[in-house]
Structures are given as structure tokens and as C-alpha cells.
Ligand binder design. Structure first.
Ligand code: NDP
Length: 251
């Protein structure tokens, strides 16, 4: 039910953090994993890590906010593999400051990386999935798809919008046998949140006190949900948002 043998999976931001955790899970379930990022050194190290645990993986360089680059990326996938079964829209970033201090450029940058990239990649993946007769799209939201944060107006807006974008794709593409869901990670220990811990005083203690599981998540905590949403096990699951947060959203 969870076997992904012969599937091709593309993970944006798969060269680090949560993306790499999901890429490892998908790969260990049998998929060939294409990890996408901009930083060549990070991508090379992630590739070595995946290959060292027996995962078939390739790295592809792309800025997923660039429309032409995304089109070229998916053309490359078509040429090399002839198919795409699983797309994980995981690339993300943030600018930490209160709303009144945001510039338009900062706002647009966060929206482009977190939201518009998912539109560009999903649109480019659609014909490949139609051709395959099936597809799985996993969008990465956040607990900030649900909750607000004073230092993250664009991040919260983009992640809230991701949930609605997912529902729209799910309803549009159900007829193509493409299931689209969002994962809402809680506080996960990655480069992104190491930055937050450094910039936001008391964050570490607040996360530990507020999370029922009483720990930060690790990227591997996202592997299981990725495999579920990429596999036959979730063929009747679409348009939903699944928290993976140690109970944070329920507390
Ligand atoms: P990281 O900063 O560790 O990873 C983000 C990844 O996105 C990097 O691998 C980066 O690769 C890639 N990326 C960023 N911008 C671009 C771009 N323009 N084009 C291509 N790739 C890009 O963060 P996380 O692993 O923590 O975050 C992954 C996702 O999970 C994000 O969407 C984030 O919002 C979400 N999330 C994270 C949470 C957490 O607690 N960590 C909680 C909830 C959600 P490169 O540097 O090579 O460009």
C-alpha cells in the first residue's frame, strides 16, 4: 500500500531540512527522488546523504520563483524520466519583522517563494500527471496556516493561502486522479527555525512549553506523512490539511 517503487518524486527545497526528511522517506519507500534547490553545495551534500542510505536520487538546480526556470526544470524531468508521479512543494522562507516594517519587496519575496512557486510547479506538473493517469501533490503549509505570529505577516498569509490553493487544485484535478493535500508542520528543528530561535527571544522555551509532545520536531517526523500522501494509501484523501506538530494545533 505504501510502496513507491518506479515512482518519480520531485521535492522543492529537498536539499535540506524538512524537504530532505521527506525526500529520504519517499526514497526509502522506493521512489526515485529529484531534489531541487539553489545552493549547489547543500544539494551535493544532500545527494550524498540520500545515496548513502540507498535512495536513488538526483539533484536539480532551480529558483522556483522564476517562471522560466520552473518550466525548464519540468522539461528536464520530462526528458530524463518521461514522467512525474509525486510533487512536494516544500521550498519556503521568511522575513522576520512586524507588518509595519515590511517593504513591498520583502512581502513579494516571501509570497513568491512560499506560494507562487507552488502554483508554478503544480501547473508545470499537471500535464505530466495527466499523462501518467495519476498524481500526488503535497503542499507544505505550517501551523501558521492556522495561527498568527506578530513577526510573520507575509509568512502567515502565504501559508494560509496554501491551504485554500490546495483545495482549489484538489477540486479542479480530482477528475485527473490527482490528489492534492497540505501538510502543516509544527515547530521543526531546521536552518529556518535555527534563525528564528536566534532572532526571537524566548522562542525555544515557548515552543517546548506549548507543544504537548514537549519537544521540537525533526525533519524525519515528516517522512511518514509524505509517504502516506504520495502512496495508494491516500487515493481517497484530497483537499485536506494534516498537522504534524506534536499536538500543537490541538492544545
Ligand atoms: P530550510 O530553510 O531548512 O529549507 C528550505 C529549503 O527551501 C532549502 O532547502 C532551500 O534550498 C529551498 N529554497 C528556498 N528558496 C528557494 C527558491 N527560491 N528556489 C528553490 N529552492 C528554494 O527550511 P525548512 O526545512 O524548515 O522548511 C521547509 C518548508 O517547511 C518551508 O515551506 C517552511 O515554511 C515549512 N515549515 C517549516 C517549519 C519549521 O518549523 N521548520 C514549520 C512549518 C512549516 P536552497 O537554499 O538551496 O535554495
Amino acid at each position: 500500500m505504501f510502496d513507491l517503487t518506479s515512482k518519480i518524486a520531485l521535492v522543492t527545497g529537498g536539499n535540506g531540512g524538512i524537504g530532505l526528511g521527506m525526500a529520504r522517506g519517499l526514497g526509502q519507500s522506493g521512489a526515485t527522488v529529484l531534489i531541487v534547490g539553489r545552493n549547489a553545495e547543500k544539494s551535493a551534500s544532500a545527494l550524498r546523504e540520500l545515496q548513502s542510505v540507498g535512495v536513488r536520487a538526483e539533484s536539480l538546480a532551480c529558483d522556483v520563483t522564476d517562471e522560466a526556470a520552473v518550466q525548464a526544470l519540468f522539461a528536464q524531468v520530462r526528458n530524463r524520466h518521461g514522467r512525474l508521479d509525486i510533487l512536494v512543494n516544500n521550498a519556503g522562507s521568511t522575513v522576520r519583522k512586524p507588518p509595519q516594517d515590511f517593504t513591498l519587496a520583502e512581502w513579494n519575496q516571501v509570497m513568491d517563494v512560499n506560494l507562487t512557486s507552488a502554483f508554478l510547479c503544480a501547473r508545470a506538473a499537471h500535464p505530466l500527471m495527466v499523462q501518467a493517469g495519476a498524481g500526488k501533490i503535497i503542499n507544505i503549509g505550517s501551523i501558521m496556516s492556522i495561527f498568527g505570529a506578530p513577526y510573520a505577516p507575509a509568512y502567515c498569509a502565504s501559508k494560509g493561502a496554501m491551504v485554500q490553493f490546495t483545495k482549489s487544485l484538489a477540486t479542479a484535478w480530482a477528475k485527473d486522479n490527482i490528489q492534492v493535500n497540505t501538510v502543516l508542520p509544527g515547530w521543526i528543528d531546521t536552518e529556518l527555525t535555527q534563525g528564528a530561535r536566534a532572532q526571537v527571544p524566548g522562542l525555544n522555551e515557548r515552543v517546548l512549553a506549548r507543544t504537548p509532545a514537549a519537544r521540537w520536531g525533526v525533519p524525519e517526523d515528516l517522512a511518514g506523512v509524505a509517504v502516506f500522501l504520495a502512496s495508494k494509501a491516500s487515493d481517497f484523501v484530497t483537499g485536506t490539511a494534516i498537522p504534524v506538530d506534536g499536538g500543537y494545533a490541538s492544545a
